[in-house]
Design a binder for this molecule. Sequence first.
Ligand code: SF4
Ligand code: SF4
Length: 71
Amino acid sequence: MAARGSIKINRDICKECHLCIHICKQEQISPSKEYNAKGYRPVIFCDTGKCTGCALCAIMCPEIAIEVYRE
Ligand code: SF4
Ligand code: SF4
């Protein structure tokens, strides 16, 4: 059985660079239209049950805005 994971994105520090979206092969991260206090639109975790907890998104994020949890 494939590993299951989930992530938490800190929307206050996300700078909308979208590196995490491009690195996630499972397509679990999407752009959003809602702005944060700094004027960026933080990405969102769109959990379709396919997150493996691989942590590539967290490693890629220059702002250290993503935390990964594994089941
Ligand atoms: S941990 Fe891996 S699978 Fe899960 S959202 Fe991040 S890059 Fe995608
Ligand atoms: S890599 Fe980090 S800063 Fe860039 S969009 Fe993703 S969560 Fe936001």
